[in-house]
Design a binder for this molecule. Structure first.
Ligand code: NZQ
Ligand code: ZN
Length: 392
């Protein structure tokens, strides 16, 4: 086990009708004027936005609203949010939505607090000294941004999708009512489940030995999400399945499943470039490339892939050689992705990058030669190209 810090300061308010507590919670965390930030139409249509705004009114909290966040949230709207927050004297940012809305709030918070262009942080040219307080009313179980220290923003200038992570941006509170996710299209539910699983798998595929408890957390979380994802494909309004998946989304990405391990994160970096160039749903992009990543790296530590196969995918340890067990585990995960209608190749994802685009994606992924990606196997641009090619 490597040394680690575990810091998960977000107050979680979980269960039915919890969005009605939003105003009181914002007040508890010191808000005096709130930006209510949201996405396209779902929160308006469901009446959630109105309920949240009424809750703020009930707590005598003034607010302004800004909608329009799109999946793979854009920097241009972040700039608009920064201007609005400054003009209106807002001191608290409330995301009503999923990872995209929460991340847009975090970027606005960095820009206002540090009085600068937040892209400086996402492009690794500067370090933030703080962030305005951010909180979330979660409407999709997926990104885990409601408890994570991360945020990911897409700059339309060059279509660069970049992440930035600090503890300053951790949500003060996260309101999680599983019922709010009933209205999700099944593609978004499934894509979210893949993302949740991947946040744990990125941490699980580590060479670090003696991480027994963390590994068991990981295995249990992944199995729970797989089980309930399948229920949700048939029964999207099953409260208990929604609740399991929603709680898993937060625990998968708040650090718990990585205590004492060394995360890999190559699949995420490889997918982020797809999101930047082709605007695909993040979880679907992950399922499209994961199998190709896994086959490219599994021999670095076959025992870990055997553990994955036998503990999570139920491949019997009598199945064959270690290599056969490891590969059967990878195939079984791809079968699972297919069972929830998630792609296992780029063409199934609906994109057909040319050789030149694959080269561009790979170069962007390694910041044009400034970094490598992954720890399970350290990947350079030429390795990443091979993974994209295998995923076609
Ligand atoms: O805009 P609306 O109309 O709300 O529609 C959204 C959007 O189209 C819809 N939706 C959300 N809740 C709904 C709903 N539709 C009906 N009913 C509801 N209750 O779902 C679509 C996707 O929303 P989005 O917020 O984009 O989903 P997600 O939570 O998957 O976030 C994806 C973004 O988060 C980033 C991803 O890269 C991507 O940009 N990530 C952020 C992370 C973090 N901050 O820690 C970690 C992740 O690895 C990820 O990279
Ligand atoms: Zn993710």
């Amino acid at each position: 086990m490597v040394n680690f810090q575990y810091y998960a300061p977000t107050k979680v308010v979980f269960g039915k009708d919890t969005e009605l507590q939003t105003g009181a919670l914002a007040k508890e965390f010191g808000a005096s004027k709130v930006l209510v930030h949201y996405g396209g139409n779902s929160a308006v249509k469901s009446g959630l936005l109105e309920r949240v705004c009424n809750s703020l009114k009930g707590a005598n909290l003034p607010y302004v609203t800004l909608g329009g966040v799109v999946p793979n949230p854009r920097l241009s709207l972040v700039y608009k949010g920064i201007d609005l927050v400054k003009k209106e004297g807002v001191d608290f940012l409330l995301a009503v939505g999923g990872g995209s809305v929460i991340d847009s709030c975090k970027a606005i918070g960095y820009g206002v607090y540090n009085d600068c262009d937040p892209w400086l942080f996402y492009s690794k040219q500067a370090q933030a000294k703080g962030c305005l307080p951010v909180a979330a009313v979660l409407t999709i179980a997926a990104a885990g941004s409601e408890m994570s220290h991360s945020s990911v923003i897409t700059n339309e200038d060059g279509w660069l999708k970049r992440g930035y992570s600090t503890d300053y941006a951790r949500c003060k509170f996260a309101v999680m009512n599983p019922e709010l996710t009933y209205t999700l299209p099944s593609y978004q539910t499934a894509s979210g489940c893949v993302d949740i699983m991947m946040h744990t798998m990125e941490r699980y595929f580590s060479h670090e030995p003696h991480t027994e408890l963390t590994d068991r957390f990981c295995e249990s979380l992944i199995r729970t999400v797989m089980h309930n994802a399948q229920i949700l494909m048939e029964h999207p309004t099953d409260y208990h399945a929604r609740a399991e998946v929603m709680w898993a989304s937060s625990l998968s990405h708040n650090g718990l499943t990585g205590c004492g391990t060394v995360g890999d994160w190559a699949s995420h970096q490889i997918e982020h470039e797809l999101g930047g160039m082709f605007d695909v749903a993040h979880g679907a992009g992950l399922s499209a490339i994961w199998g190709s990543w896994a086959r490219y790296v599994y021999q670095e530590n076959i025992a870990k892939f055997v553990q994955f196969a036998t503990h999570i995918m139920d491949i019997p340890d009598t199945y064959g050689t270690l290599q056969e067990i490891a590969l059967a585990g990878i195939c079984a995960m791809e079968d699972f992705y297919r069972s929830i209608h998630m792609p296992t190749s780029l063409s199934e994802l609906g994109i057909h990058p040319t050789d030149a685009q694959i080269e561009e994606l790979s170069e962007k992924c390694v910041f044009f030669g400034k970094r490598t990606v992954g720890t399970f196997k350290v990947l350079k641009a030429e390795d990443i190209q091979k993974i994209y090619q295998a995923a076609r």
